[in-house]
Ligand binder design. Sequence first.
Ligand SMILES: [Zn+2]
Length: 91
Amino acid sequence: MTRFLFWLALAFLVLFAIRSKLRGLQDRARRAQQQQPQQPTHPFAQAGRRVEELPDAEQMLCCAHCGVYYPASENVPAKGHNYCSHAHATV
Ligand SMILES: [Zn+2]
């Protein structure tokens, strides 16, 4: 009988130790979550603004020769197509 009580007490102690350890981990995770300020996941997602409304967003064009996307300000139009450079426009 004492042997049974010993094993029962040991089982309770192990369960108590596991529960307190898990609770400590949960508290630490919750505290770490509260300390980090909520940041928007994507810069365009803030305040519901669209990409076209952002001042530094520039339209991108695809080069008809190499297929590279480049800013529209660097466009070299030729023969009815858009090119990324004079070298590709003259080929
Ligand atoms: Zn190109």
